[in-house]
Design a protein around this ligand. Sequence first.
Ligand code: NDP
Length: 349
Amino acid sequence: MEGTRVLVTGATGFIAGHCVEELLTHGYAVRGTVRDQRTADVAHLEAIAARTGGSLEFVQAGLDSDAGWDNAVDGCAYVWHIASPFPATVPRDEDEVIRPAVDGTLRVLRSAAASASVRRVVLTSSIAAIAVGHDASRVLDESDWSLLDDTQPYQKSKTLAERAAWDFARESGMELVTINPGQVLGPLQRPHRPTSLEMIRRILGHELPAVPDLGLSSVDVRDVAAAHLLATRTPHAAGNRYICSGDHLWVRDVAAILAEEYRPRGYRIPTRVMPYWLLWTAGRFDPAARLALTFAGRRQLVTARKARDELGWTMRPVRESVIDTAESLLGYGVVRRSATDETVRATRS
Ligand code: NDP
């Protein structure tokens, strides 16, 4: 694989950054797309390339325009299409999310299909394209698709983009694999606030008086990156969707892990469950709470058995992901350390 070039779209993103690291660590050459080469924050990726001695370059291409995509895929053996809008709140106009997701995916796929070099595309979809709108009476798998009545824009965007990708792959004969992660946790590579870490950030930073009654199925970002590589290297993966996510847990379970680890270090971690009326009231002022309301009380039941059986994929324990997430939020200063923590650190150094 030495020198085999992989295109990673949206290289500045949380998951994409770890995918770049996974590829460079395994000896692939990486080309990343960014929206604007002059302003893109890629120093953390350049540092990884320097550390691994890997080949990394960037090209400019946006999901909203055809410009740059033919050039981006040229000479790449694989394309990992990861870029897609993932806002923490509900946009005013759903097309702000849906159009870049669907049209952008088709732009990337068209250029990949037209290129002589691309052998396979791995698309980062989501369990948002699988689990939305189903009741929690059974465990969902890759044969399920989210039901689009009354769905939030982001969930709709992922479902429509993945469906468009499969339609395109069928018509063009292109090799496609989708990775469908649950809520992605895990360490940051730079100081920023990825949407999927917002809940842990708010709990650790004591921004919430109590935790919302939300169910989730989570996965570590490093395991998501590993799944992309397995999807690339496993010949029989072509034509398949793979759920990469763990068992159902409640946000209060995540809070309990944080409380056990961080209360003794002076962090005020809420573990009480927020009553529905409080979430509803918060939703009048806080767009994130408004979004959470639509998922309140629902369990998230999916199975990653297919990824385990067919790709040999494994997941690290949730506790490890939660603690590593929290440590990196503190380490990068995204959440302020407690006075106790600061004192202990000062005494140690
Ligand atoms: P990020 O917001 O960190 O990354 C999204 C990336 O997409 C960024 O690089 C962003 O660029 C890029 N992007 C967004 N809109 C456009 C656009 N119009 N043109 C070009 N690039 C664009 O999110 P994640 O890393 O968490 O998510 C990455 C992918 O994984 C997405 O497809 C998401 O749907 C999927 N996913 C995420 C999960 C999670 O829990 N995190 C779970 C399941 C799936 P810029 O940096 O310039 O804004």
